[in-house]
Write a protein that binds this ligand. Structure first.
Ligand SMILES: C[S@@+](CC[C@H](N)C(=O)[O-])C[C@H]1O[C@@H](n2cnc3c(N)ncnc32)[C@H](O)[C@@H]1O
Ligand code: SF4
Ligand code: SF4
Length: 336
């Protein structure tokens, strides 16, 4: 497993306006005037990643597919032999664009899919037209999967509006040949009561939704050992029951948390700031570290040793349950 996880926001722009992402967008807006990461700065970041022994970079945002020259960023990262991932809501993923991104060297795609219902997805995303684009993206990725080699992850957030749909999204993930399904817990849930599951929803999820997920694994995954590993994993979601109340309040950790992300993760923002973990997405706090060049990451990790204390309780990092249903051997950075 590669030690480091490096990310960057290549753009802060996004056509959507998901409510649970708005705090991070506000935080970014306050800090960042420029909306696009300069490609020269990106190349310096790639050099610095190689300099500390990193092998992987995730291009996120905002919505990265809005950048007409996203391919150039991918090519730069490949020049440094990095495994390259793009996070997308599917907005700009057509057959032609996908082919061009893969030709540039893209290794991994994470697509977030929050609903399979047009009205619901567009309500969650706060954007008309996003559903048709997302469905076209899924079709394009499915087609490319038969001829090209890349890792495909479908991510969703388990929330009030969609928790009953999770087995359907899982089924689609299997049908479109995704390698991994990540139903994430909601981050910043303590500020998003409307999106977060209450205790009753969590009970409903564990009693009525999880069995449907298990059934889907049983019926749709031919490899019995992969199916049974995933079925076992289902039982970890929202468990133990004694934490149901905490989950409903967006509390994921108790006491000092020995987070595996610290000292192995960094995110470069368009204004040249580096941030060390999920906390800074929503709650920027006072710690800023300016990226200044090839040696920056060494200095950055030296300064980020202390745990991020009280905010950790609201952060699901380390608690997410992933479902892996392929034997794809592409170098995924980790299976945390
Ligand atoms: C900020 S988005 C950027 C990429 C793209 N716009 C998208 O929506 O997939 C990166 C990832 O963060 C996730 N995300 C955003 N807000 C979140 C939240 N409050 N809790 C958990 N995940 C969240 C999205 O689902 C997505 O997988
Ligand atoms: S589409 Fe992605 S970046 Fe845009 S608001 Fe939603 S989660 Fe945030
Ligand atoms: S807030 Fe805490 S748990 Fe979350 S990523 Fe940061 S250090 Fe880890």
């Amino acid at each position: 497993m590669n030690e480091y996880i490096f990310a960057t926001k290549v753009t802060t722009a996004c056509p959507c306006n998901c409510a649970f992402c708005s705090n991070r967008k506000q935080a970014h807006k306050k800090r960042e005037s420029n909306g696009t990461l300069a490609i020269d700065l990106f190349e310096e970041y790639c050099k610095a990643i190689v300099n500390v022994g990193g092998k992987y970079i995730c291009l996120s945002g905002g919505e990265p597919t809005l950048l007409s020259n996203l391919e150039e960023y991918i090519k730069v990262a490949k020049k440094y032999d990095l495994v390259v991932r793009v996070n997308t809501n599917g907005w700009g993923v057509t057959n032609e664009r996908l082919s061009s991104l893969l030709d540039a060297g893209l290794d991994q795609i994470v697509m977030s899919v929050y609903s399979l219902d047009k009205n619901k997805m567009e309500k969650i995303r706060n954007r008309e037209g996003v559903f048709d684009r997302a469905m076209a993206a899924l079709e394009a990725i499915k087609n490319a999967k038969s001829t090209r080699k890349f890792l495909f992850i479908i991510q969703t957030i388990i929330m009030k509006d969609n928790y009953k749909e999770i087995p359907d999204i899982l089924r689609v993930a299997i049908n479109v040949k995704a390698d991994i399904f990540w139903p994430s817990y909601l981050e910043d849930a303590q500020n998003n009561n409307e999106a977060n599951l209450d205790e009753e929803d969590i009970l409903d999820f564990t009693e009525n939704v999880l069995p449907k997920m298990k059934h889907c694994f049983e019926k749709s995954i031919e490899n019995k050992s992969i199916a049974s590993a995933n079925i076992k994993n289902c039982d970890k979601l929202f468990k133990p029951d004694s934490l149901r109340n905490d989950f409903s309040m967006g509390i994921y950790h108790h006491g000092p948390y020995d987070c595996k992300l610290l000292n192995r993760y960094a995110c470069l923002h368009v204004n040249g700031n580096l941030t060390p973990c999920t906390r800074y997405e929503y709650n920027p706090g006072e710690i800023y570290f300016k990226f200044t060049g090839t040696d920056s990451l060494k200095e950055f990790f030296a300064q980020c040793k202390k745990p991020v204390e009280e905010y950790c309780k609201y952060c699901p990092e380390g608690e997410h349950i992933g479902f892996d249903f392929s034997n794809n051997d592409i170098d995924e950075y980790s299976k945390l």
